[in-house]
Design a protein around this ligand. Structure first.
Ligand SMILES: [Fe+2]
Length: 193
């Protein structure tokens, strides 16, 4: 289930909203031009790899591709494992998009499993959207944002692109991400209610 927290973007951010209410979340995101949709999740995919994930959601993927003109779709997956290099891989993956940036393309992600938080910095506020299985988030091109997968990353996401020449982040240099509660903090707070 999606979980939204909205903060002011000043030096000492205030929390303006904290909600799991689907309608409230959709309205808040719509106000800032971000679209959140939901797909019925497919059961039995806990240990599924990218090909199996793509196959399980092929009809929904095809519909979005046809409607919105994406030319490249892939699956990004990060699951914890026992390998000695996992902690370093997890750290490096998390660090990649943890600072505020923009892209020339929309950032469109369907979470088939696990979770991650998109932080959308728009009009003096930060919308922290915790996405979980079933959530399809569309962040328009040019939106200042960052993404936190937490210190123990675990997610499987289908990604949609309008071109296939890679995914480049244009970093703004604004240190705002360091002032806003991170993935671990938000998820711990949510668990406490
Ligand atoms: Fe991004």
């Amino acid at each position: 289930m999606t979980y939204l927290t909205v903060y002011t973007d000043g030096d000492a951010p205030d929390t303006l909203l904290r909600t799991e209410d689907g309608a409230e979340i959709a309205t808040a995101l719509k106000e800032v031009g971000v679209r959140l949709r939901h797909w019925q999740t497919v059961d039995g995919l806990d240990d599924a790899g990218p090909d199996e994930i793509m196959n399980a959601y092929r009809e929904e993927v095809a519909r979005v591709v046809a409607e919105e003109g994406y030319v490249f779709v892939d699956v990004a997956q990060l699951r914890p494992d026992d390998s000695p290099d996992w902690p370093e891989r997890a750290r490096a993956a998390r660090a990649k998009f943890l600072a505020e940036h923009t892209h020339d393309d929309d950032e469109v992600r369907f979470f088939a499993g696990g979770s991650g938080i998109f932080y959308l910095h728009i009009d003096g506020k930060v919308h922290a959207v915790l996405c979980e299985a079933g959530d399809l988030l569309s962040v328009p091109a040019g939106t200042t944002h960052w993404f936190d997968m937490g210190t123990h990353p675990d997610f499987t996401a289908i990604r949609f692109f309008h071109d296939d020449d890679g995914w480049i982040g244009d970093f703004t240099g604004d240190p705002i991400a360091s002032r806003i509660p991170d993935f671990d903090t938000i998820t711990a707070g949510r668990a406490q209610g």
